[in-house]
Design a protein around this ligand. Structure first.
Ligand SMILES: Cc1cc2nc3c(=O)[nH]c(=O)nc-3n(C[C@H](O)[C@H](O)[C@H](O)COP(=O)(O)OP(=O)(O)OC[C@H]3O[C@@H](n4cnc5c(N)ncnc54)[C@H](O)[C@@H]3O)c2cc1C
Length: 304
């Protein structure tokens, strides 16, 4: 399928791309977890393909990390190669299409689209993470799912082939995307936005969304946002509150007092194991009290 991605021939030394035993806690918002066996931060398609080829040859499993704001990284670390997308961060505008590489921070994408007189992303203001992570999890807030804005997504298969999915892919749904359960790497995303010359009004709306998040206390402690997806009916946070376990702690992890679906790393000393154990207790409490099985939203990464 035709894509807009061009190839840049480049001589790549794999040793320059990879570091070993890299501590991952600083790369995720829980600030917990062990080391990556290998870590790389490719800056273009050729480097990414070289890494895929190297991993295939050496039978290294691959884990993709964007902003690390929806993951729980094992205390025992991550075997194989962790690919951090932060250097895949260029973007351009074509008419009403905002096209971004997957590692672009969502916040930068929102600001850049507003400055390009394009609207649509403002309600996501303050949402941490990258465009790639937001597509993978179909990030949503205030009724807006990112998939509503997607025109196409270009991704790499484990063999290094580029392929494209389009906006009408029916595998996008609430907190679901076609990328879950696959080894595909989201490379570039095109969002169809709306022309809006009133940039100051758009900036204000984005700032309001960001401020709402800040004022609600979401960023007072390390967390990864909501631990569980909302089931039909009641929000997961309300079910956890009504199960009577608000404020419950395991080690340094606590169910937040202001939002039952947030587990926080209270004093920075929680382990990933504490967080997982606490989330299991919350899941069991809701199951016992209401007979509802909560589905985890945060993604477990590494050796568990
Ligand atoms: C305080 C706080 C509030 C939050 N509020 C919300 C909210 O309102 N709504 C919401 O939806 N989420 C929310 N989140 C969760 C999180 O911010 C989003 O899910 C975000 O989109 C994740 O992006 P990321 O880049 O951090 O992904 P990561 O956490 O790095 O990765 C998440 C998953 O995506 C995969 N992935 C990432 N990039 C790629 C890629 N390029 N190719 C293939 N796979 C990839 C990873 O392998 C992993 O499985 C919140 C988080 C925090 C900390």
């Amino acid at each position: 399928m035709a894509t807009t991605i061009s190839n840049t021939p480049e001589k790549i030394n794999i040793k320059d791309l990879i570091v070993t035993q890299y501590p991952l806690a600083s790369l995720c918002t829980y600030q917990t977890g062990g080391k990556a066996e290998f870590l790389a931060m490719p800056a273009n398609l050729e480097q990414l393909r070289t890494l895929l080829e190297y991993s295939r040859r050496n039978q290294l499993p691959i884990t993709i990390l964007g902003g690390g704001s929806n993951v729980l990284i094992s205390d025992d670390g991550v075997p194989g190669l962790v690919i951090l997308t932060k250097n895949l961060c260029s973007y351009h505008v074509r008419g009403t299409l905002f096209c971004a590489r997957s590692g672009l921070p969502l916040e930068t994408a929102i600001n850049a689209s507003i400055e390009s007189s394009l609207s649509g992303l403002e309600t996501l203001g303050g949402l941490p993470g990258t465009i790639g992570g937001a597509v993978w999890g179909n990030a949503s807030t205030h009724g807006l799912q990112l998939s509503h804005l997607i025109e196409w997504v270009d991704y790499l298969t484990p063999e290094g082939e580029i392929a494209r999915i389009h906006r009408d892919d029916d595998r996008f749904a609430y907190k679901r995307s076609p990328f879950m359960g696959t080894q595909h790497i989201i490379y570039e995303v095109a969002l169809r936005l709306i022309p809006n010359k009133n940039t100051s009004e758009a900036r204000l709306r984005k700032e309001q969304s960001r401020k709402e998040r800040m004022d609600s206390g979401q960023f007072d402690h390390p967390s990864a946002g909501c631990v569980f997806k909302n089931p039909r009916g009641k929000p997961a946070g309300q079910l956890i509150d009504e199960a009577g376990i608000k404020g419950l702690s395991v080690g340094g992890a606590q169910i937040s007092s202001w939002h039952g679906n947030f587990i926080i790393n209270t004093d920075g000393n929680a382990t990933s194991r504490d967080i997982l154990e606490l989330s299991e207790r919350a899941r069991r409490a809701v199951l016992d009290r209401f007979g509802i099985e909560l589905e985890r939203e945060i993604v477990l990464i590494g050796r568990w």
